[in-house]
Design a protein around this ligand. Structure first.
Ligand code: HEC
Length: 209
């Protein structure tokens, strides 16, 4: 209870008691209570004494997001064939052979003509994949690098991520079988859903960063 509310209640009780008995001892009690309540009121500390300032190296390790235009893509490269070998060893157990039929998300469209998912159509909406829904190829790289394989995120080297991205884009009919991706070529890949999204430029609501 807030100290002032506590004191108000005591004062209210005392004023009712006034009518029946000598109030002097109770005012003494009230002043003792006041002192105790005020002494107990916690002071806001300058610091809670936990944590420390992150080091530049720690911030750099977290600061790995890739922009849609490929800004911040690391050096390195990988081919579709290299990606297939890594996929079989580290991804197929959850995502299935060639990107489908596993216990987790389907990563590949059913056909090259699979349409953009329609939110009002349960059937197509369930089939949102990299190939028909993701607007930027660079996001595939970013996502795999930061979060896959799900049991060991952050374990893949840049070359491996380029290779896996190349393999998955190939399975999605977006790059040819002999494609080799690096910072330059990946940023140039145009995804089928590229023009299905627009930047959210509403300024009506409070922005949360
Ligand atoms: C232990 C199981 C597991 C393994 C292994 C795994 N994934 Fe995943 N992956 C998941 C799960 C679960 C999700 C869905 C995560 C979510 O929706 O938050 C996912 C999501 C994805 C997605 C996003 C799919 C989408 O359309 O939203 C991609 C891309 C992906 N994984 C790629 C990979 C690659 C590449 C590998 C191998 C390096 C890999 N995954 C290994 C479990 C796994």
């Amino acid at each position: 209870m807030a100290p002032d509310l506590f004191l108000q209640r005591i004062a209210g009780n005392l004023s009712r008691m006034d009518k029946i008995i000598n109030p002097a001892p109770f005012y003494l009690l009230l002043s003792v209570c006041c002192c105790q309540v005020l002494a107990q009121a916690p002071e806001q500390p300058q610091t809670y004494g936990i944590g420390r300032t992150a080091t530049a190296a720690e911030i750099a390790a977290w600061d790995i997001d890739i922009k849609p235009d490929g800004k911040a893509l690391p050096p390195g490269s990988g081919t579709v064939a290299e990606g297939e070998a890594i996929y079989v060893a580290q991804c197929a157990v959850c995502h299935g052979k060639e990107g489908g039929g596993g216990p987790n998300d389907r990563l590949v469209v059913h056909s090259a003509e699979e349409p953009f998912p329609d939110a009002s159509n349960e059937d197509t909406w369930r089939h949102r994949t990299i190939g028909n829904y993701w607007p930027y190829a660079t996001t595939v790289f970013d996502y795999i690098r930061r979060s896959m394989p799900m049991n060991l995120p952050g374990s893949l080297q840049a070359d491996e991520v380029y290779a896996l991205t190349a393999y998955l884009l190939h399975l999605n009919h977006i790059v040819p079988a002999d494609a080799e991706l690096d910072a330059n070529t990946l940023a140039q890949v145009e995804m089928p859903a590229r023009h299905r999204f627009v930047p959210d430029d509403r300024h009506k609501y409070q922005e949360v960063h």
